[in-house]
Design a protein. Structure first.
Length: 80
Protein backbone atom coordinates (compact mmCIF):
# COMPACT_ATOMS: atom_id res chain seq x y z
CA UNK A 1 0.00 0.00 0.00
CA UNK A 2 2.82 2.56 0.65
CA UNK A 3 3.92 2.21 -2.99
CA UNK A 4 0.41 3.18 -4.14
CA UNK A 5 0.41 6.25 -1.88
CA UNK A 6 3.78 7.32 -3.26
CA UNK A 7 2.51 7.02 -6.83
CA UNK A 8 -0.61 8.97 -5.89
CA UNK A 9 1.44 11.81 -4.38
CA UNK A 10 3.83 11.90 -7.34
CA UNK A 11 0.97 11.98 -9.85
CA UNK A 12 -0.85 14.63 -7.85
CA UNK A 13 2.27 16.77 -7.51
CA UNK A 14 3.08 16.55 -11.23
CA UNK A 15 -0.52 17.44 -12.06
CA UNK A 16 -0.49 20.47 -9.76
CA UNK A 17 2.92 21.72 -10.91
CA UNK A 18 2.24 21.29 -14.62
CA UNK A 19 -1.20 22.85 -14.30
CA UNK A 20 0.23 25.85 -12.47
CA UNK A 21 3.07 26.27 -14.98
CA UNK A 22 0.65 25.86 -17.88
CA UNK A 23 -1.64 28.58 -16.55
CA UNK A 24 1.33 30.82 -15.78
CA UNK A 25 2.54 30.35 -19.36
CA UNK A 26 -0.88 31.40 -20.63
CA UNK A 27 -0.73 34.53 -18.46
CA UNK A 28 2.90 35.49 -19.17
CA UNK A 29 3.80 34.28 -22.68
CA UNK A 30 7.27 35.82 -22.87
CA UNK A 31 8.80 34.04 -19.89
CA UNK A 32 11.37 32.16 -22.00
CA UNK A 33 12.72 35.42 -23.38
CA UNK A 34 12.80 36.96 -19.89
CA UNK A 35 14.57 34.07 -18.16
CA UNK A 36 16.96 32.81 -20.83
CA UNK A 37 17.46 36.05 -22.79
CA UNK A 38 16.89 34.26 -26.13
CA UNK A 39 14.03 34.30 -28.62
CA UNK A 40 13.84 30.77 -30.03
CA UNK A 41 10.60 31.55 -31.88
CA UNK A 42 11.67 35.10 -32.83
CA UNK A 43 8.95 36.68 -30.72
CA UNK A 44 6.00 34.88 -32.33
CA UNK A 45 4.97 33.14 -29.10
CA UNK A 46 4.58 29.76 -30.84
CA UNK A 47 7.03 28.02 -28.51
CA UNK A 48 5.25 29.31 -25.42
CA UNK A 49 1.87 28.14 -26.74
CA UNK A 50 3.36 24.71 -27.45
CA UNK A 51 4.81 24.57 -23.95
CA UNK A 52 1.50 25.65 -22.40
CA UNK A 53 -0.35 23.01 -24.39
CA UNK A 54 2.15 20.31 -23.41
CA UNK A 55 2.02 21.29 -19.75
CA UNK A 56 -1.77 21.26 -19.70
CA UNK A 57 -1.81 17.84 -21.42
CA UNK A 58 0.64 16.60 -18.80
CA UNK A 59 -1.65 18.01 -16.12
CA UNK A 60 -4.68 16.14 -17.47
CA UNK A 61 -2.71 12.90 -17.85
CA UNK A 62 -1.26 13.13 -14.33
CA UNK A 63 -4.67 13.95 -12.90
CA UNK A 64 -6.10 10.87 -14.59
CA UNK A 65 -3.31 8.68 -13.23
CA UNK A 66 -3.78 10.10 -9.74
CA UNK A 67 -7.50 9.40 -9.96
CA UNK A 68 -6.83 5.78 -10.95
CA UNK A 69 -4.43 5.39 -8.01
CA UNK A 70 -6.96 6.99 -5.64
CA UNK A 71 -9.72 4.63 -6.76
CA UNK A 72 -7.42 1.63 -6.55
CA UNK A 73 -6.36 2.58 -3.01
CA UNK A 74 -10.01 3.11 -2.04
CA UNK A 75 -10.92 -0.31 -3.39
CA UNK A 76 -8.08 -1.94 -1.43
CA UNK A 77 -9.19 -0.17 1.76
CA UNK A 78 -12.77 -1.34 1.27
CA UNK A 79 -11.59 -4.93 0.91
CA UNK A 80 -9.72 -4.86 4.26
Amino acid sequence: MPHKRTKLWIDSSVAAASGLLGVMTLIRQDWIELIFRVEPDHGSGALEWAIAGGLLLLCFASTSLARVEWRHASTLRAMD
